[in-house]
Design a protein around this ligand. Structure first.
Ligand code: PYC
Length: 411
């Protein structure tokens, strides 16, 4: 890599663009709405695995400007239901091999993921998750304060805090990654395979004739197409409404923040549902932290003082030694919450209009698997077994996939 950089510098030539701009064609085989990691992954797998390259990805701002660039990059598969564990496990595996597949360092860092239990009820839930995980072949186990302290020396496992730590679900495969690199990697390879990525292209309407999608209206013109994938976050219900499809989703802001860089001291990911906090240390040394969604439905992406104050209080219960550390910046993203805390993927009552939505606070980690499996559905017309449990019709068939107990923090 240094040789490549040196050659490039000496050649005086600009590096090749990661992805290119194109004129908007008046027709595509597939139109994907949303230029985040999900939409770009789907475009990439359509082209790479199925040879479908007459594909447009429409992004109203710049790629990765939504949830893909606003999350805290945690990757894990320690879910509560067998359906959830199997699905996220495939995603973890795709993330593990991503740098090799792209020949581009996406900085995946396997850290180990600890979900702390502060009550007997939480210990029971962690035990159940560990057993479900193990039955699906996923490495997770219940551990106790002595081992927690060994894995994470700065954490307070004494009985001094208001909510002492009783145990934890330990999930060694859990990791973090550079989220921009994931977006750029998918964009670059989709572009090279012939996909058109259109930034600053906003969808203003979806044409439906006789219960079948026929096109998409944008601020740059009309596109004729028979297949539209709604891969948006924050505005997924607005887009679905344009096709006449109702989604059982409510949107909430989720805030996060980072501290100034510190010397490396935390090489595991720590999550506490009871204290509403999760934290990891990035490769730059910053502590990347978040909590649960704001307690009101809104499209606001403003940060609030209340969030930082609460988060700091809870962080200090776990790590009293951090009291002098300064918060550097904070931000918010939008989370589309479903009633069972699982996503919605697949077909809708409108033929040709598909959804990959409802990603709440768990979407980024699923980008590779949802992209791969939605591409398979689009290309073959058959719903893959792995995403069948997450179909829209489950809400009318009383067949929910309840994952609230595996959300990182209480909601
Ligand atoms: O589901 O791992 C997770 C998560 C981390 C931050 C928000 N959600």
């Amino acid at each position: 890599m240094p040789n490549k950089l040196l050659k490039q510098a000496l050649s005086g030539q600009n590096p090749a663009r990661m992805w290119r701009d194109h004129d908007l064609k008046d027709s595509y085989d597939v139109v994907i709405i949303g230029g985040g990691a999900h939409g770009l992954a789907c475009a990439y797998y359509l082209a790479r695995h199925h040879g479908l390259t007459n594909v447009a990805v429409l992004e109203k701002r710049y790629i990765g400007s939504g949830g893909s660039g606003r999350n805290t990059t945690i990757i894990r598969s320690n879910y509560l239901t067998p359906e959830g564990v199997r699905f996220y496990d495939e995603s973890v595996k795709l993330y593990e091999q991503m740098s090799a597949e792209f020949d581009f360092n996406v900085m995946f860092s396997r850290r180990g993921h600890l979900t702390l239990a502060h009550t007997d009820g939480a210990v029971r839930t962690m035990r159940r998750r560990a057993e479900v995980n193990q039955l699906q072949g996923v490495d997770s186990r219940l551990i106790w304060p002595e081992e927690i302290k060994r894995l994470c020396p700065p954490i307070d496992v004494s009985d001094h805090p208001r909510y002492p730590i009783l145990g934890a679900l330990y999930h060694p495969p859990g990791g973090i990654i550079r989220h921009d690199a994931v977006v750029w990697g998918y964009a670059h390879h989709a572009d090279r395979l012939g996909v058109h990525i259109h930034q600053l292209t906003e969808v203003t309407g979806i044409a439906v004739q006789g219960e079948r999608v026929t096109g998409v209206q944008t601020n740059r013109g009309f596109i004729k197409t028979g297949v539209v994938l709604n891969a948006t976050a924050g505005w997924c219900t607005t887009i679905a409404d344009m096709a006449g499809v109702k989604l059982p989703i409510t949107t909430f802001p989720l805030q996060a923040c980072v501290t100034e860089p510190l010397k490396p001291f935390l090489d595991v990911i720590i999550v506490s549902g009871s204290l509403h906090v999760y934290v990891s240390q990035s490769d730059r040394g910053e502590l990347v932290m978040g909590a649960s969604v704001d307690p009101f439905a809104s499209y606001s992406m403003n940060g609030s003082l209340a969030f930082v104050e609460n988060l700091a209080g809870h962080m200090l219960e776990l790590f009293p030694g951090l009291r002098h550390v300064r918060v550097l910046r904070q931000w918010a993203g939008l989370c589309d919450m479903t009633p069972d805390f699982s996503p919605v993927m697949g077909v809708t009552p409108v033929a040709g209009f598909l959804v990959d939505v409802g990603w709440g606070t768990w979407g980024f980690k699923a980008s590779p698997v949802s992209g791969k499996r939605m591409a398979e559905l689009i290309a073959t017309g058959r719903t893959p077994d792995l995403i069948h449990p997450f179909r829209l019709s489950r809400f009318y068939e009383n067949d929910l996939v309840g994952e609230k107990g595996a959300a990182s923090v209480g909601h």
